[in-house]
Ligand binder design. Structure first.
Ligand code: SAH
Ligand code: SF4
Length: 411
């Protein structure tokens, strides 16, 4: 089985806000006026943008396609847009992805980027290839995380800030475009990313208003055109936001369960004290109910990190079977990725297999996440910890920079 790896809309807030202000401002030609970053606009928002500058709505589909499908970041390349409009756009707008300050492509096809999203602020994005040409991108939604799960290095660094729509979709843009680098022929450019998992840094449901529009772009045929089964949001269990999510967008849901009873989950995933298992399971059932008219029985992916001697005993497997009996689920066991100061170790492989067997025998689909990209530290659980220790990494980057291994701002 393939592993699942490690990423707001405005359905609610019509999103062109800072945009509209800027555009209507007669001083928009002034160099001090910030340009509108078109990378972070959904197609609907882009339509609003074009209408606000006195242009036709259909321009939105054209420009979204140029930006997201064809990986273009300057208006001059947009050959089906008139010269006059290209000049107008260049004066008031821009296509500005997050700056790539570090990238590593491994032999097994894994690709990893460190993106600068502010002074001393970085996030990582990891692309993991799989059989059949599948390419899964693990996307971050926040810098840090406020929820402080005891086994998670992102949690240990605390919360810094939410990522913007452009910074979230920019991760997909950067990864996708990396496949176009040597291809000047627009007609033969094909979207490379096949799956996105919102499993990087941060709790995506706590950055709802940026994560949802970014996921809309992932699903939009004019942008990344991913099927809703191939975009997965992973949450630690923010119950009201699970309900809100199902009311605005249809994507696959993964829940970071990690424990089969409240006592243990309170310890591992502290947000459980606010939204205990009974409420979380009910929210999962409601989520599935929303989409029950569809063919094929949908399931929620339950992520379960294997912590030696903590949550990996046969009693836990049995409790899990009971807990999930009324929630159509598949279970993904995640070998724990250690990080400095982590108070846990990973369950030995033989015991993970035994845990899996118990669940499989009870009728569950239970997979074990395999780790790829180890050679470049890109495996998912490691993602979070790497950005955290900036000092250590900065030193390593400096060393690699000296050794000529780092390509700066290549995208
Ligand atoms: N905040 C969201 C999404 C990001 S975490 C969530 O918690 O679901 C993505 C996944 O990586 C989660 O399942 C999380 O529990 C897991 N994870 C975090 N730290 C890990 C570690 N050290 N080893 C293995 N998995 C880890
Ligand atoms: Fe935050 Fe998810 Fe890490 Fe928990 S596991 S601290 S919710 S990123």
């Amino acid at each position: 089985m393939r592993p699942l790896f490690c990423v707001k809309i405005l359905a609610l807030t019509p999103v062109v806000p800072p945009v509209a202000v800027v555009i209507m401002n007669p001083s928009s030609q002034s160099p001090v006026t910030p340009k509108v970053n078109l990378l972070g606009l959904t197609r609907t928002q882009m339509e609003d943008f074009f209408v606000s500058i006195g242009e036709k709505k259909f321009r939105a589909a054209q420009v979204v396609k140029w930006i997201h499908q064809l990986g273009v970041d300057n208006f001059e390349e947009m050959s089906n847009v008139s010269k006059a409009l290209r000049t107008k756009l260049a004066n008031i707008a821009e296509i500005r992805p997050p700056e790539v300050i570090y990238k590593e492509f491994s032999n097994d096809g894994t690709r990893k980027w460190v993106l600068k999203v502010g002074e001393n602020t970085m996030v990582e994005t990891v692309l993991i290839p799989a059989e059949g040409g599948r390419k899964t991108l693990c996307v971050s939604s926040q810098v840090g995380c406020a929820l402080d799960c005891s086994f998670c290095s992102t949690g240990k660094q605390g919360f810094q800030r939410d990522l913007t729509i452009a910074e979230i979709i920019g991760q997909v843009w950067v990864a996708n475009r990396s496949y176009f680098e040597e291809n000047q022929d627009y007609d033969s450019r094909e979207r490379a990313i096949t799956n996105v998992v919102m499993m990087g840094m941060g709790e995506p449901l706590l950055n709802f208003d940026a994560v949802v529009p970014a996921m809309e772009l992932m699903l939009d045929d004019y942008a990344y055109g991913l099927s809703k089964r191939r975009v997965t949001l992973s949450t630690s269990g923010i119950v009201p936001m699970i309900d809100k999510l199902s009311s605005v967008i249809d994507v696959s849901l993964a829940v970071s369960l990690h424990a089969p009873n409240d006592e243990l989950r309170n310890e591992l995933v502290p947000v459980n004290k606010k939204y205990p298992l009974k409420e979380l399971m009910a929210a999962c059932q409601r989520y599935l109910m929303t989409f029950q008219g569809e063919t094929g029985r949908r399931k929620i992916t339950m992520e379960y990190v294997m912590l030696a001697g903590v949550n990996d005993q046969s009693i836990h497997a049995k409790q899990l079977i009971q807990l999930l009996k009324d929630v159509p689920s598949k279970i993904n066991l995640i070998p724990f990725n250690p990080f400095p100061q982590a108070p846990y170790g990973c369950t030995p492989r033989s015991e993970i297999l035994a845990f899996q067997r118990t669940l499989t025998e009870a009728g569950y689909i239970c997979t074990i996440r395999t780790t790829r990209g180890d050679d470049i530290d890109a495996a998912c659980g490691q993602l979070v910890g790497k950005v955290q220790d900036r000092t250590r990494r900065a030193e390593r980057w400096q060393q690699k920079l000296k050794a000529g291994e780092i390509v700066r701002s290549v995208q």
